[in-house]
Ligand binder design. Structure first.
Ligand SMILES: [Zn+2]
Length: 143
């Protein structure tokens, strides 16, 4: 029997790669025991798989393996870059919220505190001659 004329020959590859459900597998295995053409095709599939698994590194040129490894590495780098971009966006959002929160809190509380500190400094201490203190005093309206 010619393998191309056998109705089961189309499913031998799937059987070889364990891609058929158990009931179909039993039917195919029983058929292989009775059909020399399918048995021969299964033997060829096994021999081909054996050839690829035993001589994989010798059969595939190193440049192809190198390119494949580079592609896989780039896929990993791109995945990492996406994750870092998401993390950076999250940090940006949190930082913006924190700055907004502290700015609104500063506009209510820190200016009077600074004024109080400058007022304390301007009451005769030697720090009032400090240019930084003078600039701050000028900024907040204390001369
Ligand atoms: Zn057959």
């Amino acid at each position: 029997m010619n393998t191309f004329s056998c109705e089961f020959s189309q499913r031998l590859g799937a059987l070889h790669y364990c891609e058929v459900p158990a009931p179909e597998r039993k039917v195919l295995e029983a058929h292989i025991g009775l059909c020399p053409a399918c048995a021969q095709q299964m033997e060829q599939l096994k021999a081909l798989t054996q050839l690829f698994t035993t001589s994989r590194t010798a059969a595939v040129p190193q440049i192809i393996l190198h390119r494949f490894a580079r592609e896989v590495a780039w896929a990993g780098v791109l995945k990492l870059a996406r994750a870092l971009s998401c993390a950076a966006a999250a940090v940006l959002v949190v930082s913006t919220g924190w700055i907004w929160y502290t700015e609104s809190a500063d506009s209510q509380s820190s200016v009077p505190t600074a004024s109080l500190a400058l007022r304390t400094d301007s009451s005769g201490s030697s720090d009032s001659n400090d240019p930084v203190v003078q600039a701050l005093m000028k900024e907040y309206g204390r001369d």
